[in-house]
Design a protein around this ligand. Structure first.
Ligand SMILES: [Zn+2]
Length: 68
């Protein structure tokens, strides 16, 4: 990330293969999932499904917002 980039893209916070995977996905986040009592979850399209089903605190029915 450089100072020349005024609007850094939000990055997917999901792990590649599960919560214990130390490596973050890092893909550009496209969705924000509202969570109960915690900050919203930023995910890429690939991780939207897994995050909805597996992440802690996801509201049901899910509240999803498109981010750019
Ligand atoms: Zn991802």
């Amino acid at each position: 990330m450089t100072a020349a980039d005024p609007t850094p893209a939000l990055r997917c916070a999901s792990r590649h293969s599960g919560p214990r995977d130390g490596e973050e996905c890092g893909a550009r986040a496209r969705f924000e999932i509202s969570c109960h009592a915690r900050p919203p979850l930023l995910v890429c399209p690939q991780h939207l499904g897994p995050a909805l089903l597996l992440a802690d605190g996801v509201l049901w029915p899910p509240e999803i917002r498109l981010v750019r």
